[in-house]
Design a protein around this ligand. Sequence first.
Ligand code: NAP
Length: 307
Amino acid sequence: MPQMYDRVALVGLGLIASSMFWAMKRAGLAKEVTGFARSAETREVAREIGLCDVVYDDIHDAVRDADLVVLCVPVGVMGKVMEQIAGSLKPGATVTDVGSVKGDVINNVMPHLPDGVHFIAGHPLAGTEHSGPRSGFAELFDNRWCLLVPPEGSDPEAIARLRSFWEGLGANVEEMDADHHDLVLAVTSHAPHLIAYTMVGVADDLRRVTDGEVIKYSAAGFRDFTRIAASDPTMWRDVFLTNKEATLEILGRFTEELFALQRAIRQGDGDHLFDYFTRTRAIRRGIIEAGQDTDAPDFGRSPGRKT
Ligand code: NAP
């Protein structure tokens, strides 16, 4: 795999950035990788574990000579970070991000983009419930999708280069527009996370009544919810604040379906329940056939499980 960029800067050094670093090293995708994180503690851990070739205390030093700058911070601060680094970017450089919401990020980043610098939004559909600089691993993106969302008028060469870069990290790449991305992700990721948070919250309330039995006898369904509901609170707060419309649209549909199932249970309508569960089972098979999960029943306990 040829070197895609001489110098790559990672801004934010958590799960996604650290996984990108190890995957870049595995494939030899960059000559030098620089890094920056806002807290001295994260920068210290990064130096200790060899995450990035150089970790800078100053964000401007980290991005100054970079050919590719990857914003790996929560969605809610992408615009602010872009504003901060704008004056230090190299002409001809590409800036991308890995945020889970695209419309809001593009709207907040584009006003600060200097002339002669490209911005191509991105989102790897890979993650775990762990966060921080120690949580990354090189295989995170293998055979997962990375969606690129180039704003209108983006340079085709810059897009092609970023696509090859993500392919080098192990991902399959597709392009999408921002609204479509945000709606698809509301269905596949954002609403399910909210439902998991809710279910675990309900069980937590109930725990007081059942005296710890919810945890003690925790079965597969609930355990899977707790794994998802252990995801980073900052990241998920920002996702719901920034993908408001699409998430509310999907939650509205979800509520309607839930009422229909509630009615079927109340009325003892077994046919309705059976047909519904037969249809949903086929979706699970489709995901396995598409290579996006395995049939292995690990209930989220294996290390590095991907959401
Ligand atoms: P993470 O492990 O929690 O790391 C987040 C990084 O952002 C840390 O280095 C943190 O700095 C920094 N940061 C947090 N708040 C900040 C602020 N207000 N200003 C500047 N820097 C700040 O997060 P992650 O899972 O890598 O997520 C990073 C991005 O990837 C998010 O936009 C998320 O939506 C997206 N994403 C996540 C997943 C997933 O499953 N986790 C999957 C796909 C995409 P400190 O360490 O110094 O606090």
